[in-house]
Structure formats: structure tokens, C-alpha cells
Design a protein around this ligand. Sequence first.
Ligand code: CUA
Length: 328
Amino acid sequence: MLALLALAAAGCAHNAPLDTLRPASPISREIKNLWDLVFYMAVVVFVIVEGLIVVLLFRFRQRKGDTSMPKQTHGNTRLEFGWTVLPAVILASLAIPTVLTIFALAREPAGALHVNVRAQQWWWRYDYPGTGVVTANELHIPAGRKVVLSLRSKDIIHSWWAPRLAGKQDVVPGWTNHLTIEASEPGTYLGQCVEYCGLSHANMRLKVIAQTPADFQAWLTAQAKPLTEPAAPDAAAGKKVFLAQACTGCHTIRGTAAQGDVGPDLTHFASRTGFAGDIFDRNDHNLRLWLTDAPAEKPGSKMPAGVAELGLTQKDITVLIAFLQSLR
Ligand code: CUA
């Protein structure tokens, strides 16, 4: 009983950011409603079946001194008819709302915002068609509006899931899948890759930042701009190091010679709250860990070890951090 109690208690979190049962959009509310229906019907069936088993075990148990065989019966048309029809009715009453919900959620909504999502080991790339805006891991959306994600994979199968906003959707190479999401209220909603995709699968997180339509427009306009030249001397020195290093082969900073597509677009890096598959909060300390030895922080990372492989000095790293933190 104690072990069961501990298990039950472990299932309760006062702040569960990945809780699909705390829906934050009409889409996830529909899924939750379906879940409620299935769950409570299952509870009723469970209580009746288990209750009957307990009653029968107790009533027809072997009593002391009674060695006679119980009365043997074979076949009971009425009972057999009942336990065939009743489950069929129960399953149909689950199947109909399930199928209706699946079709309703798969319908492409009118007036939606479209965003392309590209999955790769181990981060998410987002681009907003027709705007030139490219970002990573953190998806900005306007609250109260449906957003259709077109999901593609660059390498293997991943799965995109922000539990409070929508169901999960596999992201498969060579194929485009679609998922409609929405956030009713502005806020930050966490998510995670939910298809095992190698060493750093657990380090492939994501964030959806829902903003008021005006804030979202302002964000989009700011993100569309190319690099603004860093004014501070440290940041300017960092830019020189960045452009002289192998960084440019993998990362893009719009408005510079860095046009790589292996790692995230860094043009507005400092407008994000996190980095590296969103496992880190963006601050100087974490950036130093990352630039010193990325594969030690995120196993399998394509970002090389800064000190051991790229030959960066601590001075280089200091100015690189200043540069990255200036990319607002
Ligand atoms: Cu990508 Cu798991």
C-alpha cells in the first residue's frame, strides 16, 4: 500500500509544464475531453468487473468441510448475448467520438499562420514563409490564432510535441507532416522531441512562446532584420573570431559571410531564452560551458569541442560570448 501510495503521489506535480491534461488550447481541450470520456468509461467498467470478481470469489469460495464439486453449467444464451452486445455498444460509443475528433483535428483551419519546422539531431529549426525569419528551438506564435506546422526531418524520425497545445506529430524524412497548434493565452509552453532519435534525444527540447498579435508582429519584424554591427569592443572582437573560425561553415548570421545550415541561425541568438536544443538558459556561464566543450554538454552534438578541437582560447570564448549576447 505504501509503495502504491508513493507511486500515486509521484504522479502529482503542482507545476507540470508538460501536462497534456492541463490543456491550453481548443485543440488540446478536445483531446482532453476525449481522454475524459475514455477514462471515466474505463473506470465504470473496471469497478463493475472487479467488484463482481470480488463478490463471486467471496460468495462461492470453498467452505470448511465442503469437498463437493460446484454445480457445473454449460452455455447460457442470455448471458452470452449480453456480454457480446454490451462491449460492442461500449466500444462503438468510444469509437464514434474518437473518429470524429481525429477528423476534426486533421481538418486544415482557415486563416492559420504557417510555419515550417525542420527537425535534425538535436534541435528544431523554424522558418516563417515569406518573411526570411529563421529561428531555432523557440517557436513564437500569436495567441488565439491557429498555427499550421509543416514538419520535415533532415535526418531520422523525430516527433514534435507541446503537450498543452496539441497532440504529437512524428517528423519523418522524405515526407511532410502537418500539425495544427494553438495557444489560447499568451505564455510559454514547453515541449520535447518524443521519438527516440539517438544519443541526445532527451536534449531535443522546445518552447512555444505565444504572444499577443501585436507583440508577435513586432517580434517577426525584428527577426527579419540582418545583423546589426556590434558596438561594444568585446562584441566586435568576438565577431572577428566568429568569422575567422569554422563557425561560418555551420551557422548563419544574416548580413555576414556566415551562411552555414548545419547548426542554428544565430542572427538573433540573444533574443532567445535558451540554446542548444533548449537544454540551457542563455547566460554567459552556460555559453562558456558550451563553447568550451559542446559534446560534453550534449552527447553526440555536431558542434565541435571549442578548446580541444577548434583551438579556442578562454579570451576567444569571452569575446565570442560578448558577440553572441549582442545578437538581439
Ligand atoms: Cu529528436 Cu528525439
